[in-house]
Every structure is written in C-alpha cells, then in structure tokens.
Design a protein around this ligand. Structure first.
Ligand SMILES: [Zn+2]
Ligand SMILES: [Zn+2]
Length: 259
C-alpha cells in the first residue's frame, strides 16, 4: 500500500474507480481524474479489474503496460490531485497462489479484494443471476456470498475489502433489504477478520445509485466496524463513468458524522 493513502480523511480519496483499462468501462483515465478533481477530491485510485477465472468476462483483459503508461501520462499532465495505481482483484479461493504472485509483481499502491462470483455462479450475469437467486432463499444465497468474503478476509492477500455485500445488488429484487439479523454472526466474523488483519473496509457508494439504495455494506455495518475499533474506513464510488466519481461522498460522510 502506498503510505499516503491511509492519510487522506474519509471521503477525500475515491479508492475505487474503473477506466477503460477495465473490461466493463470506457471512461478515459484522464476524464476520471478530472472528474475527481472537479468533485473536490484530493486523490483517486484507478483500481482496474483483474480476473483469474478463464470463464470470467474480464479474464485476460488486464494490460499492465497500458495502465502504467496511462498513469504516467496523467501524473505528468494533471498536477493538483494525487493519482494512485490500484487494482480490484476478483477473489476466488482456488486462485490464491496466482493472486499472491500477481500482487507481488504488480507494485500496486492499493489492492482491493472483491467477491464477484459464488462458486461457479457469476451473479452479475442476468441468466445466472436468475438461476441463482430464484432457486434460493436469502439465507442461502447471501450466506454463500458472505462465506467467500470470509475466506477473502482470512486470506491475508488484500489491503482493502471491496463491497462487502454486493450480493444485495442482484438479490434485492428477490428479497428486498438485506436482513442483518440473519447474518449477524457472519458479519461479525468478517468485520473481526478485517480489523485483525489491518485491512481497510470499503464503503462502496455504488449501491446508492443501484437497486438496494444503500452502500455496500450499509451504514449500519460500517458503524458496527467503527464500534469494533476499526479505523480504516475508505469510500469507493466504483465509478465506470465520470459522473459517478466520488458519488454521494458528502452525503455518506454527513451520515457517518451525524448518527
Ligand atoms: Zn467489484
Ligand atoms: Zn469495481
């Protein structure tokens, strides 16, 4: 981790932005940085996707040379905001060795670990999502996702846990709001692992512009983390277009301050 990243106040850095170096974004990297600057942010992390599963739509897309060239160009042309080289790695337990080696070789400023698939099920793909959620109750569907998150947090591979309960994004239409009581022990274990490992917990604001209408994880879970003594909360917009960079950061900061 770049030593300056933890020094930014919560909400002064957007720690999770995707540019056209990610398979699912066509945002020019310079546009992402200009948008962050226009929002008054002090720093932004370009955290491009990396996927290790050959069945994943992003497999093979990551281009280190192109990304390094982009970041060098931006640092030489946009001066009044810090730009960090991050990465968002899709965590799957069977690829731990490959992930470890990739991180070691990549010299990243910031490494996010995220769960996007539950076993073989890519719940972001419409047809797989329908099969996954329509045939399971909330306890089973979200529980399996959180099982993977538990493994991620225990793996020791990552500096930041991305969107803790992204399963809500796709499950919300089947179950409504996540029932925190169903997952209280599991959420406690995850937050305990994150805290013990000294990982950052991302409050991913993309959920506020998607179906759940709340961040990943919710503010209630973020407060639980703070109450446990967690002091490494970071905001990420998961922007794939300029208008979403720094999305709802002031609102979230105000909510964290007031309640
Ligand atoms: Zn993600
Ligand atoms: Zn992302």
């Amino acid at each position: 981790m770049h030593p300056d990243i933890p020094r930014f106040p919560v909400g002064a850095i957007d720690a999770h932005v995707h540019t056209r170096h990610s398979c699912d974004s066509d945002m020019a990297p310079a546009d992402a940085v200009r948008a962050a600057r226009a929002r008054g942010l002090s720093a932004v992390v370009l955290a491009e996707h990396v996927d290790f599963d050959p069945a994943d739509q992003g497999f093979g897309f990551y281009d280190t040379v192109a990304i390094d060239a982009s970041i060098a160009h931006i640092r030489n042309s946009i001066f009044d905001i810090r730009v960090f080289k991050g990465v968002e790695i899709t965590y799957q337990p069977q690829y731990e060795d490959a992930i470890r080696e990739f991180i070691r070789a990549g010299r990243f400023d910031w490494v996010i670990g995220s769960v996007h698939l539950v076993g073989p099920d890519d719940i972001s793909r419409p047809e797989q999502r329908e099969r996954y959620f329509a045939t399971r109750g909330q306890r089973q569907a979200y529980g399996a996702y959180l099982d993977e998150v538990e493994r991620l947090a225990a793996s020791g591979l990552f500096e930041c846990l991305g969107h803790l309960d992204l399963c809500k994004r796709y499950g919300h239409r089947y179950y409504g709001p996540l029932d925190r009581d169903l997952f209280a022990p599991q959420l406690s274990r995850i937050l305990g692992s994150v805290t013990a490992a000294g990982m950052h917990l991302e409050l991913n604001t993309s959920g506020l512009r998607q179906e759940p209408g709340e961040p990943y994880p919710s503010l209630a879970v973020a407060r639980q983390y703070l109450a446990l003594g967690g002091d490494k909360l970071v905001l990420g917009s998961d922007a794939h277009s300029p208008e979403h960079v720094g999305y709802a950061f002031s609102e979230v900061r105000a909510m964290l301050d007031t309640e």
